[in-house]
Ligand binder design. Structure first.
Ligand code: KG4
Ligand code: ZN
Length: 338
């Protein structure tokens, strides 16, 4: 039961292909979490079609918000804020969330908060997980944000205080999973499909290259994707099985991500490591970080790794004053947070 002074925030997320809304109390207690995924609409195209995404957000956003409030047992008067993803993301998709949040917040006299989607991914690690002892990440923390559009390594000194260490120079980790999933005929989204296929591989699948980019915290995955393509073509006469290729690709991505994150955490004196973004749902990546990290690893449950409204609400709670927005808020498709 929530106390009289509890601060409930409604979080709305429409930056890509999930229409999501959630209510989070005091930045950590999840009262509801509704995610309407569109992947079935985009699967036939092998990727997200921006116009289709925006149109579908528009169709389902109000029912999704209603369901989040219902499940939380919340009325508008119980809300301390309406938080929405302002960027980065697809312009038309963001516009639906931003305009919906503005209209609802204005109509109900509730403060509006503009949230950066990537910063919010980190805050999924502040949400309580049923059955797990609650433990707040110690700062400074090393954040590894691995999603469909981004691969960022950041040092978080405090709420809203970040330093970027590195990013991908070409494909994002999730994008590489999606492209390799397509090359292997595994469908969209590729991440979960590649992970499933890899489980059936022989014990020691062939080794694919790793782009270490020594001396830098940046990443690169496009060469690896090309190596998978060559492996498929070269083996045309006696093809390597899909599970072996999936496992080799995944091992290479996981090796680079985990070693570079762990090295940066040690070098920068981080006290915890925060894994976040859709690729954080990957079991092999989680296991490698757990095994290698010198500091405690935080990884949200898979449902809070991929896009959701709860992380938007949690981020808005910790950054409430800084993220207050006016009624002239516009989506910012290329928004940066550090
Ligand atoms: O964070 P997210 O839901 O959306 C963006 O902000 O981009 O991340 C989606 C990405 C997709 O590329 C998807 O293939 C990847 O996360 N993903 C995974 C897994 N689950 C989702 N990648 C690897 N293993 C997974 N289990
Ligand atoms: Zn995301």
């Amino acid at each position: 039961m929530s106390g009289a002074n509890a601060k409930n925030i409604l979080g709305i997320e429409t930056s890509c292909d999930e229409t999501a809304a959630a209510v989070v109390e005091d930045g950590r207690h999840l009262r509801s979490n509704i995610v309407a995924s569109q992947f079935h609409l985009h699967a036939q195209h092998g990727g997200v079609v921006p116009e289709v995404a925006a149109r579908h957000h528009l169709e389902v956003i109000l029912p999704v918000v209603d369901a989040a409030l219902d499940e939380a047992g919340c009325g508008w008067s119980d809300l301390a804020g309406v938080a929405v993803t302002a960027g980065p993301g697809l312009a038309g998709a963001l516009l639906v969330g931003v305009n919906t949040a503005k209209a609802l917040a204005w109509a109900h006299g509730v403060p509006l908060l503009a949230v950066n989607h990537l910063e919010a991914h980190l805050y999924a690690n502040w949400i309580e997980v049923p059955g797990r002892d609650y433990c707040e990440p110690e700062l400074p923390a090393l954040g590894l944000i691995v999603s469909g559009g981004h691969t960022d390594l950041v040092l978080m000194h405090g709420h809203g205080v970040y330093r970027r260490l590195g990013r991908t120079r070409d494909d994002a980790a999730g994008e590489a999973f999606d492209k390799v999933g397509r090359l292997l005929g595994l469908g969209f989204p590729g991440g979960p499909a590649v992970e499933r296929a890899a489980r059936d591989a022989a014990a020691t699948p062939p080794r694919l290259p790793r782009a270490w980019l020594r001396g830098s915290d940046d990443f690169s995955f496009s060469g690896l994707k090309t190596a998978v393509l060559h492996a498929i073509r070269d083996e045309a006469s006696s093809p390597l099985a899909v599970p072996e290729l999936a496992a080799s690709f995944q091992a290479s991505v996981v090796d680079v991500l985990s070693r570079k994150a762990v090295d940066a955490a040690a070098r920068e004196g981080a006290r915890s490591l925060l894994l976040s973004g859709g690729v954080a749902a990957n079991g092999a990546l989680r296991a490698a970080l757990e095994e290698r990290s010198p500091v405690p690893v935080f990884a949200p449950p898979p449902v809070l790794c991929t896009d959701n409204g709860a992380m938007i609400a949690a981020c808005a709670y910790y950054r409430f004053d800084a993220l207050r927005a006016g009624w002239d808020l516009d989506p910012q498709p290329a928004m940066q947070f550090c």
